[in-house]
Design a protein around this ligand. Structure first.
Ligand SMILES: Cc1cc2nc3c(=O)[nH]c(=O)nc-3n(C[C@H](O)[C@H](O)[C@H](O)COP(=O)(O)OP(=O)(O)OC[C@H]3O[C@@H](n4cnc5c(N)ncnc54)[C@H](O)[C@@H]3O)c2cc1C
Ligand code: FES
Ligand code: FES
Length: 1351
């Protein structure tokens, strides 16, 4: 129990300044400490909000800081990147913390890392940027000239949802030792050698630019300028405090003994207290699973636990050594010893490269890893088969136990006693004729827990292939690491051959049995991996045997591996992406000062990189501010019987609980209530909200609210069930042309099929946040919100509170990513917080945890599509009938519009004379799905493109031939009878085929596939015709307000919101061209409903189009007014003219307005002009799949996109790359999992995998196609925000191509149900083979599955 005595002083440094905390609370993390107004003795006025909160579980890297500590063993200072959200402040005694603010500032000196990431266009919304900066900065502190491999490793734990990583890596590569000027050098092809390619329609070489930033301008890295390790801490480290330090918090006591003896004594006194090291296992469990430990023992200051000793037979590593240290130690040992002795070490290293991200590897300890016995532990299976021994110590003395299956199963007889601790770990050398290996398969290569992993070891009788000893352990297939002990025993004496392989697979599947309902799901996939891994091991050993002396007797000969099988042995490399970005240079006559068309850096780029860019939750706490936390339904469909708030209201700090009864005005829409009344329609529906003095108190209080439900029927989760129950949100939308029935009768062949496209979580890095400040006068409210549509927030708050709109001002400074998820939902949070603010009279801050954000807000609509396609043997499609159903969730939201868009855009690039497209939005008991980049297009068009592939397969032709054959060729009309000229579409397509050398690579892929059985390559190219804009006229308008002040400075405001897409930068480029003054004269402060009213959402790719025209209009009005003055004094300066204008009483403020496109669509007639213009593009991707594991590598992607006259090629290429990678995530790794009760399992970066830095194609080329004029848009530019998303499907189709090749080779039917995402599970199971055949299959009717597919 915590003792009431006084706490010791906690001493550490932040950015070179001393922190002396007298009341350190062990439950406070470094992230909270830095961000909140914590009482810091010396730096009490600082709020270091550069370090961001995005997941709170160590999974995203947004909170990365550098921690420097004196290492008592080496005597050196060790700099480590760590995730501040998992670092308890009490663990920092004697440490120096460097945050992004300590690295550099725009006001003092920028660090080269900060300068380069901004100038290389590595920031969009900027929310991930401080974390990226800190990971790179730490790398450079340790390695001033890192290798590219080290750079990849350093950034592997940092997620970015906007940029697609390529420009971030490009900035890092400028520090790398081997980095060359051209990003393609090193692969033998320099972009500058590619002159012949550039004689194509991209224009002459001189018109084409391939540099987006000028490297020569970068300041050099000067390591002598860095902050030194504080001398005071050095002195402390040299004379270490031996006394036990104790920190008492409100609920938890942290005890940090200075000696091993004291630690052992304390362990006797507190046998249940865990040892806390990296906190990467304890921390997430305390946060998400409600684990609570009143006492924590920290062994961090005990050097005995960090010792490493090398002996002639093995290696002993201290339990406190971090996994990063373990990696270094093992690598060193591998370089010193003969290969035969390092089998286990190399197997461990194989996993240590991909285990979590660098930050977690820096924090997590070997002891913590072993003792926490995570069921997916990557190291325990290898350590177990490697005969590892655990050296334990207690007051009683020392003891050794084996890290064996009993220990892993947690048997008391084989485990640590409560008073014991793990002192060190002994890993023996391997011996001759012994082979050890490690395998893992996760959703993606890096930073993802394995679905299944394994450690395998065999000892063969010397000189033979007879098994003398065999150990196999698996992770991910049970509650703990599972040992296949019985199977191994039965195989002793067997020879290492095919017979043994078959028997082993049979035994393993029998012993490691997974029930059909096993937690985590993917049961058949996991079973297949069990044997696929063993097969890989079998081959690996055979391969190793080849290098040993041949067997002594004739009867013992090692089986040969066929050359075709060798590819099964190779792991996919994690390579640094290379590539070229091509864009059209501005006209040589364009004045230098005119920034339009130039790759100008994002206006906030440098501030993103220094952490000085302010996001919603970075706004300092305001007077009397309260925090809000939301209470959500745990039932998918139920009647609310009672809500008992009493226990919550009794808790300290709790001020009030807001329920529907407190809403003075309208409680949302009839089908979409802000706060539930009587009934809930999904898990995650908001029922009430607690208001408390702190967010911690508010969150603790929600646990105490007791809600009684009565379950209602039916509970509909899947599209199939919705169709069965006739449960729809809106009427069917339909478009038809030609005579489809007649056409079907005249075709050579007809194919029918199904396509399932899973949903997608927005995963904007900044979760939903709002701060509502009520004013004392006139019921006014100021609302600071992270939103794409502040006017909608304003309107919703007005109707909720029943006060006029003019009393409410919404402010949006910048948004940390939106992607459609911040169009509608912020209004809900704004309105609930506003009710709280009005009821209590105090400001309310509501910051959603990642888990809640993912649970509540919904995302992209999952889709189920059925198609029937009729075609001639030549591949010409004559009739196409597609019916789509989307899963809309429990409320209408945008589902009707998404259905409409889906149907309107379904034809993509193809002219098919007889068409019928139908779409319906299903109503289910899931959170309402909403707008998401592409708005139905990425899902729907996957159905169309799947038809093409199906036709190709039936005709025996390549899909690209079918695509070409059916593509629009001449000026024509779309299915909704809008005129359309395909010229640019065809140019993009041809350019893409040309740039990607498609045809020659197709031949190479075929060659590769012939030679390799277990690895297959796939190649695909997809065309795109994407219509931008909303199909409603009222959305095509915008306004801007521009003030010129008497010093000549200009304040620009407009109706668009800065979401990272660089709209503010583009608007100043426009204003600069129009007013003919440099951008440095101008400023954009924020988007506010008080300056530009009645704005439309910044969405549908047209933000810059419409706002640009409004800004242009305002500038032209102002310039017109200034004309007489300029005429009178043509030699005068801008300042002279402004001064004169003021003197002459000329208004220096103007509103610009743009009345845009008149969109209309008559659904009755099936015709209209719904979209102002199209964006065209094409993408070609090549992948390689591992048929045994389902993993894939992206070898190359070439994108050609029609940007017309880009306002800013750096920003536009950034949008294309970012959306492409996001699309790739949709189609390959992002998978939402729901329980049969409708509970979303995937609620954080651990379970939901967005692409990481290792997912970027190894070669990634983007070309902007110079194009003709588009009169409707500003300077003929095009909106590129969404279109790239669909091009990510080129990776999907390349994977499908590879899978189809594998199936053909295995004589399995080629037409298989298309499912997106093409996860490793889907790929592995689709590549049916002897291993998928041997696994037991379950009858899904006899058990309740762990998860249900909702598409
Ligand atoms: C984002 C993230 C990603 C991850 N990805 C992976 C992955 O890909 N693969 C993988 O295998 N793992 C992964 N992990 C898990 C990670 O490896 C473990 O959480 C980590 O190794 C635990 O070490 P720790 O020092 O943080 O333990 P802590 O959380 O500090 O402690 C864990 C437990 O170990 C006990 N303990 C610690 N040291 C001792 C000792 N000396 N003697 C006795 N008991 C002790 C403690 O009492 C406690 O119960 C991930 C974790 C996170 C947060
Ligand atoms: S917020 Fe810390 S890792 Fe995501
Ligand atoms: S810039 Fe990386 S998350 Fe937005």
């Amino acid at each position: 129990m915590p003792c009431p005595s006084r706490s010791d002083e906690l001493i550490f440094f932040v950015n070179g300044r001393k922190v002396l905390e007298r009341n350190a609370d062990p439950e406070v993390t470094l992230l909270t400490f830095l961000r909140k107004n914590w009482t810091l003795l010396i730096m009490s006025s600082l709020r270091l909000t550069g370090t961001k909160y995005a997941c709170g579980r160590g999974g995203c890297g947004a909170c990365t800081v550098m921690v420097s500590k004196h290492d008592p063993v080496s005597g050196k200072i060790r700099h480590s990147s760590v995730t501040a959200c998992l670092v308890p402040i009490c663990s920092l005694y004697g440490a120096a913390v460097t945050t992004v603010e300590g690295v550099g500032s725009i006001n003092t000196r920028l660090h080269p890392v900060q300068e380069r990431i901004a100038k290389s266009h590595g920031t969009q919304c900027g929310f991930c940027t401080p974390g990226m900066v800190m990971s790179m900065y730490t790398l450079l502190r340790n390695h001033p000239h890192p290798s590219e491999e080290q750079l990849m490793e350093a950034l592997g734990g940092n997620l970015c949802r906007c940029t697609g990583y390529r420009p971030i890596l490009a900035s890092g590569q400028t520090f790398c030792a081997e980095s060359s000027g051209c990003q393609q050098k090193g692969r033998g092809t320099c972009c500058l050698d590619q002159g012949e390619n550039d004689s194509s329609s991209l224009g002459r070489q001189s018109d084409i630019c391939m540099e987006l930033f000028a490297k020569e301008e970068f300041q050099p890295l000067d390591p002598t300028q860095e902050l030194i390790f504080p001398p005071e801490l050095l002195r402390m480290a040299e004379n270490p405090e031996k006394r036990t330090l104790t920190f008492h918090g409100e609920r938890v006591t942290w005890i940090s003994p200075g000696t091993l003896k004291d630690l052992l004594e304390l362990k006797v006194k507190h046998p249940k207290a865990p040892l806390i090291l990296g906190n990467t296992s304890l921390g997430p469990a305390m946060k998400s699973q409600g684990h609570f430990h009143p006492v924590l023992l920290s062994p961090a200051r005990i050097s005995e636990l960090s010792m490493v000793s090398k002996t002639s037979d093995g290696l002993t590593i201290g339990a406190s050594c971090s996994l990063a240290q373990v990696k270094d130690i093992l690598a060193e040992r591998v370089s010193e010893l003969p290969e035969e002795k390092t089998q286990t070490y190399r197997a461990l290293l194989r996993h240590l490269k991909s285990l979590a991200g660098q930050q977690i590897r820096n924090m997590a300890s070997l002891g913590g890893h072993i003792v926490s016995r995570h069921c997916s532990s990557d190291l325990n299976p290898v350590l177990a088969v490697g005969n590892t021994t655990l050296n334990l110590i207690s007051e009683e003395g020392t003891r050794k136990i084996p890290l064996n299956r009993e220990f892993l199963a947690g048997l008391a007889s084989a485990d640590l006693k409560p008073e014991e601790i793990l002192e060190s770990v002994y890993i023996p050398h391997s011996q001759k004729w012994e082979f050890v290996s490690a395998f893992r398969q996760a959703q993606c290569q890096q930073n993802a827990l394995a679905h299944v992993n394994a450690g395998m070891r065999v000892l063969l009788k010397e000189g033979t292939d007879a098994i003398e000893d065999l150990s196999i352990a698996y992770g991910g297939v049970g509650d703990a690491t599972v040992s296949a002990h019985k199977s191994c025993q039965q195989l002793l004496g067997w020879r290492w051959n095919e017979l043994m392989l078959d028997e082993a697979c049979r035994l393993l599947l029998d012993e490691v049995s997974l029930p059909g309902w096993a937690p985590g799901g993917s049961v058949e996939f996991k079973r297949t991996l069990l044997v696929s891994f063993f097969f890989k091991f079998y081959l690996e050993v055979l391969q190793e045997l080849k290098r040993l002396p041949p067997p002594q007797t004739d009867s013992h000969h090692f089986p040969e591996i066929s050359d075709q099988f060798l590819s099964a042995l190779e792991d996919f490399p994690a390579t640094v992406p290379q590539g070229v970005q091509r864009y059209q240079n501005v006209d040589s006559h364009q004045p230098l000062q005119d920034p339009v068309g130039r790759p100008i850096m994002h206006l906030s780029g440098l501030k993103h990189a220094t952490g000085e860019a302010i996001f919603c939750d970075d706004i300092p706490t305001v007077d009397k501010e309260l925090s809000m936390a939301l209470v959500t339904s745990t039932r998918a469909h139920a009647k609310i019987i009672s809500v008992d708030l009493s226990k919550a209201l009794e808790l300290p700090g709790v001020v009030d609980v807001i329920t529907a009864e407190d809403i003075p005005g309208t409680n949302g829409a009839e089908d979409d209530k802000l706060l539930a009344v009587d009934e809930v329609l999904c898990v995650g529906q908001i029922i009430c909200a607690v208001v408390a003095e702190t967010d911690v108190q508010a969150k603790r209080a929600i646990e105490k609210i007791k809600i009684t439900y009565e379950d209602l029927e039916p509970v509909i989760l899947t599209i199939k069930d919705a169709i069965k129950h006739n449960s729809f949100l809106c009427p069917e939308k339909k478009l038809e042309q030609g005579n489809i029935e007649e056409a079907f009768e005249k075709v050579d062949q007809i194919v029918e099929g199904e396509v399932h496209v899973g949903g997608q979580e927005h995963f904007y890095m900044e979760t939903q946040r709002v701060l509502v400040i009520p004013k004392t006068e006139d019921k006014e409210l100021d609302i600071y919100v992270s939103a794409q549509d502040p006017a909608h927030v304003q309107k919703t708050v007005s109707s909720t509170l029943n006060i006029p709109i003019n009393r409410i001002t919404c402010h949006v400074k910048r948004v940390g990513g939106g992607f459609g998820g911040k169009v509608g939902r912020p209004a809900v949070f704004g309105a609930i917080a506003a009710v709280g603010a009005i009821k209590t009279g105090y400001p309310i801050r509501l910051v959603l945890d990642r888990e809640d954000d993912m649970l509540i807000t919904g995302g992209r609509h999952p889709l189920f599509g059925k198609y029937k396609v009729g075609f001639m043997n030549s591949g010409r499609i004559r009739a196409l009938d597609i019916e789509c159903f989307i899963n809309g969730g429990c409320a209408l939201d945008d589902s009707e519009q998404v259905t409409e868009f889906l149907i309107l855009k379904l034809e993509n690039a193809y002219k098919i004379r007889n068409l019928r497209f139908r779409g319906r939005a299903c109503m289910t008991n899931l959170p309402s799905n909403t707008a998401f980049r592409g708005f139905g297009f990425p899902q729907g068009t996957l159905v169309t493109e799947s038809c093409i592939t199906a036709v190709a397969a039936k005709c025996g032709l390549l899909p690209e031939k079918i695509r070409e054959k059916n593509m629009y060729k001449t000026v024509d009309k779309t299915i909704y009878k809008q005129a359309f000229n395909p010229e640019t579409l065809i140019r993009c397509w041809n350019e893409c085929l040309d740039k990607s050398s498609f045809h020659s690579r197709r031949r190479q892929v075929e060659e590769f596939n012939k030679k390799n059985y277990w690895k297959k390559k796939g190649l695909a190219v997809v065309p795109m015709k994407f219509s931008v804009g909303f199909a409603a006229t009222s959305f095509h308008q915008a306004a801007a307000l521009i003030h010129i002040y008497t010093d000549g400075s200009v304040l620009v405001t407009h109706g668009g919101n800065e979401l990272g897409q660089g709209i503010h930068t583009k608007m100043l480029q426009v204003a600069s061209r129009e007013l003919k003054i440099p951008m440095s004269y101008m400023h954009i402060c924020e988007t506010s409903t008080a300056t530009v009213p009645n704005t439309i959402a910044t969405a549908a790719s047209i933000g810059s189009d419409v706002n640009g025209r409004a800004v242009q209009n305002a500038c032209q009005i102002l310039l017109k007014r200034l004309e007489p003055i300029i005429k009178k004094n043509p030699e005068g300066t801008w300042e002279d003219w402004i001064e004169a204008a003021f003197e002459r009483r000329i208004s220096l403020s103007a509103t610009g307005y743009f009345r845009g496109y008149k969109a209309f669509m008559d659904w009755e007639k099936g015709e209209g002009d719904p979209f102002p213009y199209y964006v065209y593009g094409a993408a070609c991707s090549e992948v390689e799949i591992d048929c045994l594991t389902g993993a894939h590598r992206k070898i190359r992607t070439d994108i050609v996109m029609d940007a017309c006259c880009s306002l800013n090629p750096a920003i536009d290429i950034g949008q294309i790359e970012g959306s492409f990678i996001q699309g790739m995530g949709l189609y390959t790794t992002e998978e939402l999992k729901y329980s049969p009760e409708g509970v979303l399992y995937s609620r954080g970066p651990d379970e939901y995998k967005i692409p990481t830095i290792t997912d970027v194609p190894e070669e990634f080329n983007v070309s902007l196609l110079p194009s003709s004029q588009t009169p409707l848009t500003i300077y003929s530019s095009k909106g590129l925000g969404e279109s790239g998303m669909f091009l990510g499907s080129s990776v999907f189709f390349a994977i499908a191509d590879a899978v189809a090749t594998a199936r053909r080779e295995r004589d399995v039917a080629e037409d298989f149900t298309v499912r997106s995402p093409a996860t490793p599970e889907w790929v592995r199971m689709a590549c049916a083979d002897r291993f998928t055949e041997m696994i037991p299959r379950d009858d899904p009717k006899i058990f309740k599955p762990w998860s249900v597919p909702i598409a």
